[in-house]
Write a protein of this length. Structure first.
Length: 328
């Protein structure tokens, strides 16, 4: 075969070396082989929080997979935003690499949640061994591999589990009866202990924490009744007060409403009106217009403000005052 002597090697850029003398490393450790994506609930890539009501069981799903045929394990981490301790719940597979986990929300406020996942070498070995046993194709090397995995779990475990696991590993290394080794290797008690001490050195952690806002149950569905306090007086000789509003709560509840909404109102226009030349001052023209209104507000102020708490006390009734009822 003839060789061309004029062949030129392609020039490639040199690898950049840092000041310390080592080449640039990839941003992500290649041993973190699990991929987490397609998380739900997630709104606009976590830009906005999802919503639930108090007492709900939040179901979180995600696509979790890895290269090859190794088994995967995953946990769902959640916490109330005002606490620093995470609660872990194991996630379970559905179908086609879809996993789910659940956590309860028992307080009003914001909860945070995220997902960690890793390659489960123990479950991979146990799954394959069951297939080999069924086909009568298991060999001694299979049990030596299992013994190494059990010893590694014993190093992570606390007593008395650690000692018990070491005894199981020694048995698998021995020359016991094949039937007994098969039984010990796939024993559910052994599996239950080992999964409490997983190898998470190379776990993939979701790149963000997602938020759920927990509202009262009435936020899920409620009927709102809007009315104006000035119009609640029993006669037309005076304006209504919050005490008059409270007297109408039973009437509103009988019509099927469970939330009272009052329009926000303010007194700032009486005291601070931006004039043509002087900012935040009352112009003569506006004083002439607002004079009667100022007298009305002067009469409303003591009566309404003194009875605000009586309206809020309507929580004892079947009609709940909305947070919009507060004086602003």
């Amino acid at each position: 075969m003839a060789v061309r002597k004029d062949t030129q090697l392609e020039e490639r850029p040199a690898v950049k070396v840092r000041a310390g003398g080592t080449a640039n490393k990839p941003k992500q450790d290649g041993r973190r082989r699990v991929v987490i994506e397609g998380v739900a609930p997630e709104i606009d890539a976590g830009r906005f929080p999802a919503k639930r009501t108090i007492g709900d069981l939040v179901r979180v799903e995600a696509d979790i997979f890895t290269d090859g045929h190794d088994s995967v394990a995953a946990v769902l981490l959640s916490r109330f935003e005002q606490t620093q301790t995470w609660t872990e719940q194991p996630m379970r597979p559905l179908v086609n690499d879809r996993w789910f986990g659940e956590f309860p929300v028992t307080e009003l406020g914001r909860y945070r949640y995220t997902i960690h996942a890793w390659v489960d070498h123990w479950e991979t070995w146990r799954r394959d061994l069951l297939k080999r046993i069924q086909a009568n194709g298991d060999t001694g090397i299979d049990y030596l591999i299992g013994a190494d995995l059990i010893n590694a779990a014993a190093a992570r475990a606390a007593e008395p589990d650690a000692s018990w696991l070491k005894r199981q590993a020694e048995f698998l290394r021995g020359e016991g009866e094949p039937a007994e080794r098969r039984t010990r290797a796939v024993d559910t008690a052994l599996n239950d202990v080992i999964i409490r001490y997983p190898d998470r050195r190379f776990a993939t952690e979701m790149d963000r924490e997602l938020v759920i806002v927990v509202d009262p149950v009435r936020a899920r569905f409620s009927s709102w009744y809007e009315f104006f306090p000035r119009s609640t007086a029993p006669d037309g000789t005076r304006h209504g007060t919050f005490t008059d509003c409270e007297a109408r709560l039973a009437y509103i509840a009988d019509m099927g409403f469970d939330v009272v909404y009052l329009r926000p109102f303010t007194r700032s226009a009486i005291h601070f009106v931006r004039g043509a030349t002087t900012p935040l001052s009352r112009s003569p023209e506006m004083s002439e217009v607002l004079g009667p209104l100022a007298q009305l507000m002067a009469g409303i102020k003591p009566s309404i403000m003194s009875s605000e708490q009586s309206l809020i006390s309507g929580a004892s009734s079947s009609v709940q005052p909305s947070t919009a009822c507060r004086w602003r």
